[in-house]
Design a protein around this ligand. Structure first.
Ligand code: TYM
Length: 378
């Protein structure tokens, strides 16, 4: 993992913790993944027409075997999508980043999505969590997923605790082939780690292979997620072929930052995260308090301009809330030259975000009536 013995400001990226300034080039080197190249993106755009914004802007920046999956697809072998969520609390807009891209892939490739809600993982990992709580959040989080527009015919939600009978045999096959020493080296387990957690990675591996069991079709899984989940795929890829499956492929995104200075948006820092259920006034207040690249006074900023490269607000436009490249460039220019001050930029963003969230919540409410249609055991 990168890197367990780090000091306060050093980069740490694990499935359970992300802190410090994230150096994505270094992660590619240390995790041994591949950068997304122009050639590969060209190949992708053969199937998606226009490249998705998150590819164009390299929000998705790295992969494993995406080229293999596309080559197989060209020759007639389809793939399935797999991603998930650890239901430890409400969904924030950082979680929506990989899910929106997953939706795009589902629509363009007309392919199945398996979505795992790991109510068991969050119970095991968090000393305070109860199973009742994580199961409740699994339901709540599924509503957010459905609200994005996934179609039930192609979407199969797995609630680990409830659906363990479907996963268990595949999980055992995986678990038997991963040694404790590999798991410890990959996940940083310690003597005090509970044994449920030590076994648990086999459960996150299982949905990579579940499609064959359900349909008889042996096709690869492609996993869109932020790069923090990569350690799971390293161990899973090592054993996949021994079990007669394709190695699961990945496409990795960067972290939508929080509203503070540096760091990813994280539910453990609610004051710098925007949750989908945050009411409009709270969204405004959080945005108003956000860290920007602005100067001490308006006069100074008008004279010397501000720095969008360190500004959390600018990142929200970049990742999600300004789809027009031209307008993004204009906003960047207006910021750098001092034409637009932080107050105006924050007000615009709060408005866009609240409009988006209002629509999202309407669709989320409607999702309550059809959530059963998405359950893998429908
Ligand atoms: P979890 O709940 O930590 O995160 C859910 C998904 O959101 C991504 N993510 C982010 N993406 C962009 N910006 C952020 N600030 C941000 N924070 C989180 C995560 O990478 C993840 O894709 N163990 C997993 C649940 C899981 C899973 C999977 C995830 C089970 N199977 C397969 C991805 C793929 C977890 O706790 O995710």
């Amino acid at each position: 993992m990168a890197s367990s013995d780090a000091g306060e400001n050093e980069m740490v990226v694990t499935p359970w913790e992300v802190r410090g300034k994230v150096d994505y080039e270094r992660l590619i080197r240390e995790f041994g993944t591949q950068p997304l190249t122009e050639d590969l993106l060209k190949k992708m755009s053969k199937y998606t027409d226009k490249l998705h914004l998150q590819l164009q802007r390299r929000v998705f920046f790295s992969h494993r075997d995406l080229d293999t999956v596309l080559d197989l697809y060209e020759k007639g072998t389809r793939f399935v999508l797999y991603t998930g969520r650890g239901p430890s609390g409400p969904v924030h807009i950082g979680h929506l980043v990989p899910w929106m891209f997953t939706l795009h892939l589902q629509q363009k490739f007309d392919t199945r999505l398996y979505f795992q809600l790991t109510d068991d993982e969050k119970f095991l990992v968090d000393d305070e969590a109860s199973l009742e709580e994580t199961r409740k959040f699994a339901y709540e989080n599924a509503l957010d997923l459905i609200a994005l527009g996934f179609k039930p015919e192609n979407t199969f939600i797995i609630y680990d605790v409830e659906d363990i009978d479907l996963l268990y045999d595949v999980t055992l096959e995986v678990a038997k082939r991963i040694t404790y020493s590999t798991a410890r080296a990959t996940f940083g387990f310690e003597d005090s780690t509970n044994i449920g957690w030590v076994f648990w990675p086999a459960l996150q591996a299982a949905p990579c292979f579940i499609h064959k069991k359900l349909t008889g079709e042996n096709v690869p899984a492609l996993i869109p997620a932020a790069i923090d989940q990569d350690p799971y795929w390293r161990v899973t890829r090592d054993i996949a072929q021994k079990l007669g499956y394709h190695k699961p492929a990945q496409i990795h995104c960067r972290f939508l930052p929080g509203l503070g200075a540096g760091g990813k948006m994280s539910a453990s820092m609610p004051e710098t995260s925007i949750f989908t259920m945050d009411p409009p006034d709270l969204v405004k207040r959080k945005i108003w308090n956000a860290f920007t690249g602005g100067k001490g006074t308006a006069t100074e900023q008008r004279k010397t301009g501000a720095d969008p490269t360190v500004c959390s607000i600018f990142q929200y436009y970049y990742y999600l809330f300004e789809e027009e490249d031209q307008r993004l460039t204009e906003r960047e220019h207006a910021c750098k030259t001092g034409e637009m001050l932080c107050g105006e930029c924050k007000r615009d963003l709060a408005e866009r975000l609240n409009k988006f969230l209002e629509e999202h919540r309407k669709r989320r409410e409607k999702a309550k009536d059809k959530i059963v249609e998405y359950h893998i055991k429908r």
